[in-house]
Design a binder for this molecule. Structure first.
Ligand SMILES: [Zn+2]
Ligand SMILES: [Zn+2]
Ligand SMILES: [Zn+2]
Length: 289
C-alpha cells in the first residue's frame, strides 16, 4: 500500500503544478489525453511487480504456485512491450496481446478465488489497468470494426465496477462522512442503471438523459470529496473513477461532432469535476487543473 501511495504522489506532483486557492481554476472542455497503450502496459507491469513483491514478503500465507503464475503474466507483459517496439505488424501485436490478456484474466480469477480482501484489491487494480489497455487498443487493433455501442457497453460496465469499488473502499476507510457515502452510493446506483440501459440498447436520447444523471451524481461526489477531510487514498481512487467517467462522457456526447442539424455549432464547454489534493509543504491543487 505504502509504495502505491508514494507512486501516485509522484505522478500527482509531476502532472499538476501546485496552486494556491486563489490561483485555482478549471480549464473547461479539455480533451482527455489520447489513451496510451504503453502507459497502461507499464502500469500493469508495476501492478504485477508489487503483487509479486508482497507475495514474496508474505511467503507461506498464499499458495506457492501463485508467484509462478504472476511471473508468467509479467513475462507476457514484457514480451508484448518488446514486440510493440520491434514491429508495427498489428496482427502480431494483436496475437500477443490476446495471449497476454488470457493470462491476465486467469490470474484475476485466481486472485478472486481466495476470498481474501487484499488479493481481491490486487485483482481489481490489475483489472483496471487491463481494461484501460483494452480501451487504448480496441479502436486500433482489438476491435476495429466493433460498433460504438459495444464499446460503450464495455466502458459503462467498467464504470459501474469502479463505482462499486469506490463505494467499498469508502465503506472501509470512511466511517464519519455519511453524506459522502450517500453521494457515492447514489452515483454507483446511477452507473448501474446506465449500464443496464446501454446493454438493453436504449436510444441515444435516453442514454444521454441517463448519463446526465450519472454525471450530476459524480459532480456531487467530487464536491463532497473536496469538502471532506478524508484522505488522500480515497481521492486517488476517485481519480480512477473520474478517468472512466470522462471516457464514457466522450462516448455519449462526443466533442466537436455535431450529431443533429439543430445542434448549436459551439456547444457550451462542459464543466469537468476536479478532485482536489493537498500535499503539506507543496500546496493545494486539483486534477484535472
Ligand atoms: Zn482483458
Ligand atoms: Zn455489461
Ligand atoms: Zn433510464
Amino acid at each position: 500500500m505504502a509504495c502505491y501511495r508514494a507512486a501516485f504522489l509522484l505522478t500527482a506532483i509531476s502532472i499538476a503544478a501546485p496552486a494556491t486557492a486563489q490561483q485555482r481554476r478549471e480549464i473547461p472542455n479539455r480533451q482527455s489525453p489520447a489513451p496510451s497503450a504503453g502507459r497502461w502496459l507499464r502500469q500493469l507491469a508495476n501492478d504485477l511487480d508489487h503483487l509479486q513483491e508482497d507475495l514474496f514478503f508474505e511467503r507461506g500465507k498464499y499458495p506457492e504456485g501463485l508467484g509462478a503464475q504472476v511471473d508468467q503474466v509479467s513475462l507476457a507483459v514484457a514480451h508484448l512491450q518488446r514486440v510493440r517496439l520491434q514491429t508495427t505488424d498489428q496482427r502480431h501485436q494483436l496475437r500477443d496481446f490476446q495471449e497476454m490478456d488470457r493470462k491476465v484474466h486467469q490470474l484475476v480469477d485466481t486472485l478472486e478465488q481466495f476470498g481474501d480482501p487484499w488479493l481481491r484489491r490486487q485483482a481489481s487494480r490489475i483489472s483496471y489497468s487491463d481494461e484501460q489497455l483494452h480501451y487504448a487498443l480496441q479502436r486500433k487493433i482489438e476491435m476495429p470494426r466493433a460498433n460504438p455501442r459495444e464499446l460503450l457497453a464495455r466502458q459503462s460496465h467498467l464504470l459501474e465496477n469502479v463505482a462499486r469499488d469506490l463505494q467499498q473502499l469508502d465503506e472501509r476507510v470512511n466511517q464519519r462522512d455519511r453524506r459522502l457515502g450517500d453521494a457515492i452510493q447514489e452515483f454507483a446506483d446511477r452507473t448501474e442503471h446506465f449500464h443496464e440501459v446501454v446493454e438493453k440498447g436504449a436510444d441515444t436520447e435516453h442514454l444521454r438523459g441517463d448519463f446526465q444523471e450519472v454525471d450530476e451524481a459524480w459532480h456531487h461526489v467530487v464536491e463532497r470529496l473536496n469538502g471532506s477531510k478524508y484522505g488522500y487514498y480515497l481521492r486517488a481512487a476517485a481519480q480512477n473513477v473520474d478517468r472512466v467517467h470522462n471516457q464514457v462522457h466522450e462516448m455519449v456526447t462526443p466533442h466537436g461532432r455535431v450529431t443533429e442539424p439543430a445542434a448549436p455549432r459551439n456547444p457550451p464547454p462542459r464543466r469537468r469535476p476536479a478532485i482536489e489534493f493537498e500535499i503539506p509543504g507543496v500546496g493545494r491543487f486539483q486534477i484535472p487543473q
